[in-house]
Design a protein around this ligand. Structure first.
Ligand SMILES: C[S@@+](CC[C@H](N)C(=O)[O-])C[C@H]1O[C@@H](n2cnc3c(N)ncnc32)[C@H](O)[C@@H]1O
Ligand code: SF4
Length: 333
């Protein structure tokens, strides 16, 4: 038997095309309540649609962050994080069940890729994190450009005027920068923000840190991202995770300056968030400030960014693919 489709997979056009049944407005599909309103349940039953794709398995509170574990129909569970800011809440959401890129420093890549999340499974994370969310970042589990069609379908559903009417300027795609995906994104009329996880200045080091990106030359990644920025008259953010002894040499610094001087780019320097079993160190404040100072003097906009949520392992790179009991899925062989 075919599994039921999810309500939040539907675009408004697909919603309109359903056979007549109990009446509901498209907006009502996005109910944030745990107990779904009866009209929504009745409508879903009449159309053979699952009103929700995710079951909440756990919720951990830690300072300004709240980590949610959402169970999926096939026994896996992904993590999403709600982060309080001064002017609202950010939803940090997952785009895939695991990740194929196997970054050596990241928990989310340790189990490999199991499958893509559907548009509805992506949209529903935002809905379930609550109506106060006013920013979305694709910085949870998975590589959004490796699930291009579903991520773009999810963004279109989120911004549909008849639904949540999300402003795309409040959405950030974070990606290791698959050149083919960046080239496709360049041609979309979407005002999303783009963040590229760069982390190295030579192909050799990047290939070691991000094994899944070995075939992507840095020149192509950076060139495609800058081309997106020029085409959309935007600034692209490059994230550089400083790892002592690996990518923090003076030569790295000079190559970064060479890549980004006079380009529509800004740099976010990051410290490594600890992940059990992965052996990296944290950069010293002194070296971090040296990097920042040199980049600033070269005229490159740069900030040091610390992600929140360390206390509950909810910071960037600390989210694990789990099972429904909350156990991290075993590492890929
Ligand atoms: C988990 S990824 C998800 C989005 C996408 N796959 C990417 O790599 O950009 C979000 C961000 O977390 C960063 N990250 C991963 N592991 C990290 C860690 N242990 N400490 C700090 N940042 C980390 C990534 O480099 C990326 O910039
Ligand atoms: S950093 Fe991004 S691309 Fe790399 S393993 Fe983690 S989620 Fe995947």
């Amino acid at each position: 038997m075919q599994p039921k489709p999810f309500a939040l997979d539907l675009s408004s056009a697909a919603f309109d095309a359903l056979e007549p049944g109990p009446r509901l407005s498209y907006r009502e599909l996005f109910s944030p309540h745990e107990d779904l309103p009866r009209p929504l349940r009745r409508w879903a039953a009449a159309h053979g649609i699952a009103p929700r794709a995710l079951t909440r398995r756990d919720r951990q509170l830690g300072g300004t962050s709240e980590k949610h574990l959402f169970g999926l129909r096939d026994g896996y569970a992904v993590e999403s994080v709600l982060i309080r800011r001064r002017d609202g809440f950010t939803a940090c959401i997952s785009s895939q069940v695991g990740c194929a890129f196997a970054c050596q420093f990241c928990a989310s890549g340790q189990a490999g890729l199991k499958r893509n999340l559907s548009p509805g499974e992506i949209v529903e994370q935002v809905v379930r994190l609550g109506p106060k969310v006013n920013r979305i970042v694709f910085m949870g589990i998975g590589e959004p450009l490796n699930n291009y069609d579903n991520v773009l379908a999810a963004i279109r559903i989120l911004r549909d005027r008849r639904g949540l009417d999300w402003a795309t300027t409040g959405i950030t795609l974070s990606t290791i920068g698959i050149p083919k995906g960046l080239k496709a994104l360049r041609e979309e009329h979407l005002g999303v923000n783009l963040t590229i996880s760069l982390h190295a200045t030579t192909d050799e080091t990047r290939g070691r840190l991000i094994p899944g990106a070995k075939k992507h030359a840095i020149a192509d990644v950076v060139g495609s991202a800058l081309s997106w920025a020029r085409r959309h008259n935007r600034i692209v953010t490059f994230v550089y995770l400083l790892l002592p002894g690996i990518n923090d040499s003076d030569a790295d610094l000079h190559r970064l300056i060479g890549m980004f001087r006079n380009e529509p780019a800004r740099l976010n320097l990051m410290r490594w968030n600890e992940v059990d079993g992965l052996g990296f160190g944290r950069i010293s404040d002194f070296r971090l400030m040296q990097f920042r100072g040199h980049l600033e003097r070269a005229g490159i906009p740069v900030v040091v960014r610390d992600t929140q949520g360390n206390r509950i392992d909810a910071a960037c790179g600390q989210l694990w693919l789990r099972d429904l009991q909350g156990q991290a899925v075993a590492r890929a062989a």
